[in-house]
Design a protein around this ligand. Sequence first.
Ligand SMILES: [Zn+2]
Length: 210
Amino acid sequence: MPEFTPRKLDCPVCRHGFESRLVTGFRIGEKEADFCPRYLDGNPLPEFLHVCPQCGFVGFEADFKAWDDAGRVERVRTLLNGFHWQQGQALLGAERFRRAALIGIYAGKRSAEVADLYLQATWCSRMEGEPDEEQKNARRKAVKYFELALAAEEFSTDDLPVVHYLVGELCRRLGEVKKALKYFARLDELDHVEPWLLEWRDRQKALLKE
Ligand SMILES: [Zn+2]
């Protein structure tokens, strides 16, 4: 099992204070081609997101601080009302990440952060054995927000090779062959692409030709 430490959090939307727990230890084996980690003793990802039992707000520890932007609080509250939250309701990992992504959009998070939340939703969806369609929906949204983040130049130059590989792989998994090839090909034009990434790219690209 992953290791945890208790932590008191205050909800930025409804101000409710509650006890949650922080993940303080876990072990990773290798990673899958879309960077989904293979955890050796249980998936800690859901626990990185905390859920306010009072209003259903979902976020990382860093999201649980007072927001001074009243408009943002109001936008997120309106979104949460639409979820028809029941006090103390439990959420599995994939659903936590999907909600956190949506909340992130309403709260004005950068597209790169939203993309990452949708990506992790696909990983949890797979580990939790949800129907394929759920994984695909989250994957499509991850691609959309990665593309918005690329267009907005949110990534550092150092991160561009990994991001292009990843978007290529997500498109491959969605059956979008042309788009996958386009992103994989970009690795030949970028600087400082690490050899392991080119190996992964070649391996995943070869799957497209079968
Ligand atoms: Zn709350």
